[in-house]
Design a protein around this ligand. Structure first.
Ligand code: SF4
Length: 268
């Protein structure tokens, strides 16, 4: 079996199943809620984001006009389950005010812009760096960009997939610049695309599904310290939403062991 980036996707897909639309939505403005979630999840667990989103909903602040007019002192305690809530509160108010001013409160209208200028626009907003911008582009705007997060770097740094496009000299998955890693992955997946393959979603669906699967394997098996290669997986429930409130009952170990350089090196 060749351990390409496309192969890793197939293995993870077979093990965990596909779920490119995993993002739980609790209000009636999904793009705006995803944007909030993308900021809130920085340096914290998804579970705390969901608690904060539910608090916003219950306070009537899960709407862009309402959040734009919120007071930082009122908002920060509602976000408290998420890390850095005092810094994120003014950032979210400013982002909401920007959408109200420039897009009449429609996050969807903003996200309908072409990918490249939209990405630059997002990067100009408070608390939005490359990873957060790409999460918003991919999930909220359905733009075909691959999200590079710490899990992506860790997983590929350990599995060490074969790449067809030569990476820059001294490239490492863990340390290469964000856009270099992103370009490498997108090139590999584009080269491996097979239009006749019914199991392969469109490019946006593929990127969303792959990102979700990388997160799944990294929180279940490929932990930062002491990866659980042979299992059992970490028992973690992400969401209270129906259908997502349970964990995967599999105890047969990480599905990437046969092709993982880190695992193979530990056995020799
Ligand atoms: S085999 Fe172990 S090190 Fe390799 S990807 Fe799986 S959990 Fe991570």
């Amino acid at each position: 079996m060749s351990d390409t980036i496309a192969t890793i996707y197939r293995i993870l897909q077979r093990h965990f199943g596909s779920n490119p639309t995993w993002w739980p939505i609790f209000g009636d403005d999904a793009p705006f809620e995803m944007l909030l979630g993308a900021v809130l999840v920085q340096q914290t667990r998804w579970e705390t984001v969901e608690q904060a989103i539910l608090r916003l909903r219950d306070a009537g602040l899960l709407r862009v006009h309402a959040l734009a007019q919120a007071d930082t002192g009122e908002l920060a305690p509602l976000l408290r389950p998420a890390a850095f809530h005092t810094q994120k509160a003014p950032g979210l108010i400013a982002i909401s005010a920007y959408i109200c001013t420039h897009y009449a409160g429609s996050t969807a209208a903003m996200l309908a812009r072409p990918t490249a200028p939209l990405r630059q626009e997002l990067l100009g907003l408070p608390r939005i760096g490359p990873e957060t911008a790409d999460v918003v582009l991919l999930y909220a705007g359905e733009h075909p960009v691959f999200v590079v997060d710490d899990y992506t770097r860790r997983l590929f740094g350990r599995v060490h997939p074969t790449v067809h496009t030569p990476p820059p000299t001294r490239f490492t998955w863990e340390r290469a610049r964000y856009n270099i890693v992103q370009k490498q992955i997108e090139q590999e997946l584009t080269a491996a695309a097979t239009p006749a393959d019914a199991e392969t979603p469109n490019q946006t669906g593929l990127y969303a599904d792959y990102h979700a699967l990388i997160n799944e394997v990294c929180v279940r098996y490929c932990l930062a310290r002491n990866p659980r290669c042979d299992g059992p997986p970490a028992r973690r429930v992400y969401s209270i939403q129906e259908g997502r409130e349970s964990y995967l009952e599999r105890h047969d170990g990480c599905p990437l062991r046969d092709i993982c350089a880190f695992y193979q090196a530990r056995r020799t």
